[in-house]
Structures are given as structure tokens and as C-alpha cells.
Design a protein around this ligand. Sequence first.
Ligand code: G3I
Length: 367
Amino acid sequence: MILSRRRFLMSAASAPLALPVSACMSADGAPPPPTLRERADRAGLLFGTAIGPSVDTDAAYRAAVIRDCNALVCEYEMKWDHIAPTPRGRAFEAADRRLAFAKRHAMEMRGHTLVWHGATPRWLGQEATRATARRILEAHISETVGRYRGRIHSWDVVNEAIHPEDGESRGLRRTPLLGLIGPDYIETAFRAAAEADPGARLVYNDYGLSAPWGEARRRAALDLLERLLARGVPIHGVGIQCHLDLKPGSFDPETVHRFGHAVAAMGLDLLVTELDVADQHGPADEAERDTQVATIYGAFLDAVLATPRLVGILTWGLSDRHTWLARERPRSDRLPVRPLLYDRRMRPKAAWFAVAAALDRAGRKGV
Ligand code: G3I
């Protein structure tokens, strides 16, 4: 049954899960119009996803990315360990290719990420000393941000610098750069990025900041941001990763609301940078699990879309075919995970319709 556009919109807007997904697909398996990109454009928001080699190798996946996204980010190919595999070797080809793909399809490109303990080159420990580390960091940022000057919507300059469990001062994460340079490695990174591209929006990115379980992280992050802003450090936004799941308390609207307002009160924008909903703890039944995942997507988007300075939402992948969660958070029953908007056959899932309906609601409210 192929729905008329009007009838589809009426149903999706009111009860996104009211229709079985299969009833809403066009003959080629693509979801019906408007696309997520059209809905995000109408709401004045970025909507997109993280990409990698699968946009080169998987035509159906590539088509969905082109259809639904007005913004992209590299899942790993723009990270320090990938672009600098050796102290003097550089491997920008993949990142260049992803940026060209985004620009070919009139999409914004986010830069992820200049500084992250999870992607610091292995050679840094051997190459850097306390005397040289700052210069090495500045050179990396200057080269990378300078290479893409004027073409990156916003940079995740520093990712995950907070980790109160490490017991470091001010809740900072114990990382090689903290040991080599000290806490002001963060200020150094933002200033180097601003100097290399004065027009780029500079973002601090982290996880758990809008989660009910993240109070200590949230306090430490807001404290860090206040200190940096007080020193005149160029920071323009906060990225919240939002790797949600089906466990009770994965998120609550009130915490999202409070954090969004706290960030706006600092004069900072908010971006959802890595949204997905891990279903490893969900029921085995796929239809039931899809409904639970979709409900989280819809409720979370309604909460974050109501915050004052949301710039956009990027998911961490678009299809269950290509998700880091299959590797990192598999189900104990070994059933394939289903955390994203399209299934492994590239059919739009209930989560796709929940995101579509949330974007429509935001568009009607003139977000
Ligand atoms: O594809 C290559 C393969 O050709 C090569 O043979 C192999 C050998 O190293 O590497 C493969 O690439 C790996 C890639 O995942 C595959 O998707 C990279 O090594 C590996 O580092 C990369 O891991 C990424 C990880 O960050 C570390 O960069 C994940 O894809 C990516 O999903 C994950 O994303 C992070 C965010 O950046 C920060 N927030 C958490 C999030 C999840 O961990």
C-alpha cells in the first residue's frame, strides 16, 4: 500500500508509530517524502550522521545518507591518530574524500575531533616531552584546521576531557596531554583552532552531560566551560554525544531541559553530535524492540528540540548495517543490534518515523 503524501503526513505527524513501517515505504524501499533533510531544513536545523568507508562501498546506504542528511561528520577519518599515523606521516585522503562528498551534496561538514584521548596517536608518548608537547599539539591543530579552513561547520576541538572518576583536579580526565602540558592543554587547543580558522564554530564535546546519571560530569563540564569563557577562550558550543540505550533512566527530559538552558545562559550553542539508542538490553522480539528504540528517539528529540539554542542533531550512523554498537555493545543473545533509523535491509524503521515526526513538530513550532 503506497500512501498519498497528505495521508502519510497526517498519520506520521499525529502518531508516528500509528502505521506499520512497511505500509509507508515507496516501491524502492525508500521512506515516503518529505525526507529527514527536508524536515530538518524546514525546522532550520542540521540533521545528519557520521560516515565512513560505507558511503563508498554501500550504494543503498549512500543513497539514504544523501536523501536524509544536510550535515555529516567523519566517524574516525578526521581524528589525530588516523591523519597522523606517524610523527611526520599524514593521511588526509579519507577525510578529504568525506568532505568532498558532503560538499558535492550541499551538506555541512562537522570536524571530529582534534583532541581526544581515544584517538591520540600512539607515537605521541615517544615523541613528546613536557617541553615539546604544546608545540606538537598546536602544530597538529594548525595543520588540520588550516587544511579545511572555511569548509567545516563546527569543530569538536576537545572531546571527553571530563572524567571525575580519575580524581584529577576539577574532574578532568587523566590523559597523556594533561600529563605533558597540564590542564591548559584545553585552552591551547581552542586558541590554536581559532587562529587556524577564525570563522569556525568551536565546540566542546562529551557524553553523559544531559543524562540523569551524569550529574558529576555535568557540573565539571559547566565549571570547565565557565573558567574557559572567563579567560576569553574562543568556545561557541557544546556537543552532547547522546549515546542512549533502553535501560531505565537512559535520559530524562528535565535533565536535558536544565542542561540546554544552562548552556544557553553561557551564550553557547548546543549540538547533539552522536545520537543512537543501544538496544542490547531490549527484548528479543524485533518489532517490540524497534518500538522501544523509536519511543526513546521521539521523546529525546522532543526534549532537546525544546532547548533554546539547539543547532542540530547528528546520529552516529544511519543504518543497523553500519553501527559501532554491533562491535562494542553486542547483545548477549547474539541477535543483530537495531539501534538506528534504517534496518539492515535499508528499510526505514519506527525510529525513522519517530525522528521524522519530532522534526515536524519542531518545524511547526518554528524552532
Ligand atoms: O576500517 C579500518 C580497517 O580498514 C582497518 O584495517 C582497521 C585496522 O585498524 O581499522 C578500521 O577502522 C577502524 C574503524 O573504527 C572501523 O569503523 C579504526 O581502526 C577504529 O579506530 C575505529 O573506531 C572508531 C572509534 O571512535 C575510535 O576512533 C569507531 O569507528 C567510532 O564509532 C568511535 O566513535 C566514538 C567517537 O569518536 C567519540 N564518542 C564515542 C564514539 C564511540 O566510541
